[in-house]
Design a protein around this ligand. Structure first.
Ligand code: TXA
Ligand code: MG
Length: 351
């Protein structure tokens, strides 16, 4: 299959191009599109065949359901059984935006779209291209991140094509995404509500809005979560993983630099080609074959934006080992450290 690239302006996308993409979705096709978090791979959420093709294109295990995207609040009604009282408030406050809500699903949703679960994950993205595509398609769009399963999520159309060129019908290219990490997944079917995946909406903001909010144990885990510990199916699969084994070093900033340097040196002595994933503040301190910065520690949003890109760039260097600097865990940092831990397969050294 030839993958069509449709370039569009992120603010004012050309409606003819959006309609071309929407026609593909309506015909059961697969279209990658930008959101404010990462690029998603979209298919009609109510079309079983299209969803099966979506899982196949991504090589995604069938037990890991995608998020269903809508373009206005009222569209949530036909997808869910009931809206809990706290959900209405949360939707008004955080949508459109990087927050996914898990709710009891309705019979209108095919089982494959939710991997056989009785719940559905829904969000309204804050991106004009995504919203226009959903509107013109006239259906809810199921969209996992547009990467091959296990790889870092794509933050540009080029990343999408690296993984999926020839496997999908089209990609809407509106340049790099703004946040760079996926949405926060909040389960509203339990009391208190529970964060199943940290992401673009900080935990602290949810606590402010809802009072009590639980952090799923897997969110804060610094070791591989046990099967059964997770209700977000995606959390148990290997994720965001670069090709080479990655070790994450956590602790105080100064100790991290020392430990990463020490590990880099000993791995180089073993004859390995070593990459260090550093920050602007520390990049000049390392001697390794490849040193990449995730961005400046003074601007967390910059690190979030660059993280997946840096992981993909390191992959292209064909290194044997990666050493990554740890970061704090407050606010949006929680999502960053969670992705780093998962990318390392929980190979973590504490200083
Ligand atoms: O920012 C995002 O959320 C991006 C953009 C494209 O919107 N999408 C995304 O989708 O990250 P995906 O499929 O890569 O991640 C969806 C996550 C997975 O961890 C999945 O297990 C979880 O949401 N999930 C989906 N349905 C669920 C459900 N019913 N209950 C619990 N977790 C669910
Ligand atoms: Mg994903």
């Amino acid at each position: 299959m030839k993958t069509l690239t449709l370039a569009v302006d992120p603010q004012k996308p050309d409606i003819e191009r959006i309609r071309r993409a929407a026609a593909l979705i309506r015909r059961g096709g697969l279209v990658a599109f930008p959101t404010e978090t990462v690029y998603g791979l979209g298919a009609n959420a109510l079309n079983e065949k299209a969803i099966l093709a979506l899982f196949e294109a991504k090589k995604r295990p069938l037990d890991n359901p995608p998020i269903t995207h809508i373009c206005c609040r009222k569209d949530v009604h036909k997808l869910v059984q009931k809206i809990p009282s706290n959900a209405d408030k949360i939707m008004r406050k955080f949508w459109p935006g990087p927050l996914t809500l898990v709710l009891e699903r309705s019979e209108a949703v095919p089982a494959i779209t939710v991997a056989g679960l009785s719940t559905i994950a829904i969000r309204m993205p804050k991106h004009n291209v995504a919203l226009a595509l959903i509107k013109e398609s006239g259906c809810p769009i199921a969209a996992p991140s547009a990467n091959l399963a296990g790889k870092p999520s794509p933050t540009s159309a080029a990343h999408v094509l690296q993984d999926l060129n020839g496997r999908i019908n089209a990609v809407l290219d509106a340049g790099p995404t703004q946040i760079g990490l996926e949405s926060t997944v909040l389960d509203l079917t339990v009391s208190p509500p529970e964060v199943l995946r940290p992401g673009g909406t900080p935990y602290e903001d949810l606590v402010k809005a809802l009072g009590r909010v639980k952090l799923s144990p897997v969110v804060v885990a610094s070791k591989t979560p046990m099967i059964g510990e997770t209700r977000s199916p995606g959390m148990k699969h290997r994720h965001y993983a670069p090709n080479a084994p990655m070790t994450l070093v956590e602790g105080k900033a100064e100790d991290i630099v020392r430990k990463v340097s020490e590990l880099a040196l000993s791995q180089k002595k073993e004859g390995k080609k070593v990459a260090v994933l550093a920050t602007d503040e520390t990049i000049s301190r390392y001697q390794a074959d490849v040193v990449k910065s995730m961005g400046t520690r003074r601007d967390l949003s910059n690190i979030a934006q660059n993280l997946f890109k840096a992981l993909r760039e390191i992959d292209l260097e064909n290194v044997d080992a990666i050493l990554a600097e740890g970061v704090p865990s407050k606010g949006l940092w929680l999502a960053v450290i969670n992705r780093l831990r998962k990318a390392s397969g929980y190979r973590i050294v504490k200083t």
